[in-house]
Design a protein around this ligand. Structure first.
Ligand code: 5RP
Length: 218
């Protein structure tokens, strides 16, 4: 089975967490794209979605799914999104698709975070995948210097602008044994909008696509 087929297993398995007549929080990425296809198959049973990126919004709209503004919603039952890495505590690195800030906002108003991944994304310790940090453009060099002081190796993601008009710095060389603490430390650097550690608001359920089908970890 290919990696994409495993992503599809996870994406379609997430449908069972979607409640009738609800507004669904929708993340971003290739795994989520499978979930959006699945959501399209029950579009008449839901009210619509709050989306975490322009790309997901376009895909949802193309399937006829109504988009709600995050500002009009106080609480969502579920948020369904992928991850670049997830550890046994259900802390995640996200932002490979540069949508981390909006993803964090939608996750923050959601009762349950369902993380959908293929089986290459599970790790014991986070950090092998470079940690994305969304940064205000004028702070690029200053934030990079601070990251070096913290022991990371910052690499500017050339040619990428986030949906919020900012840049991404990917931090290589980390071995993240205390994700909660690093999440706060990085967010305290002036110029950082947010970083891709989702530890303070981690996942509640992981659905892992495997060659034997979808495996659910609660
Ligand atoms: C986007 C994300 C994605 O969830 C993450 O990059 C995983 O993507 P994919 O499902 O394509 O592997 O955080 O910002």
């Amino acid at each position: 089975m290919t990696q994409d087929e495993m992503k599809k297993e996870a994406g379609w398995a997430a449908l069972k967490y979607v409640k009738k007549d609800s507004i669904v929080g929708v993340g971003t990425g290739s795994t989520v794209n499978h979930f959006i296809d699945a959501l399209g198959s029950i579009k008449d049973d839901i009210k619509g979605a709050v989306s975490s990126s322009v790309a997901s919004t376009e895909k949802l709209k193309a399937l006829g799914i109504r988009i709600y503004d995050c500002n009009d919603i106080e609480k969502l039952d579920v948020y369904i999104d992928g991850a670049d890495e997830i550890n046994p505590e259900k802390d995640m690195i996200k932002g490979g698709g540069a949508a981390l800030t909006r993803e964090k906002i939608v996750a923050a108003i959601s009762e349950q975070f369902i993380c959908i991944v293929d089986n290459t994304k599970t790790v014991e310790v986070l950090g092998q995948f470079p940690l994305p940090v969304e940064v205000i453009p004028m702070a690029r060099e200053q934030v990079s210097r601070e990251i070096k002081r913290l022991g990371g190796d910052p690499v500017y993601r050339e040619g990428v602008m986030t949906d919020n008009g900012n840049i991404i710095i990917d931090v290589h060389g980390l071995h993240i044994t205390d994700p909660k603490s690093l999440e706060v430390t990085l967010n305290n650097i002036p110029g950082v909008v947010t970083n891709g550690l989702f530890a303070h608001r981690g996942a509640d359920v992981i659905i892992i696509g495997t060659p034997d089908g979808a495996q659910v970890i609660c």
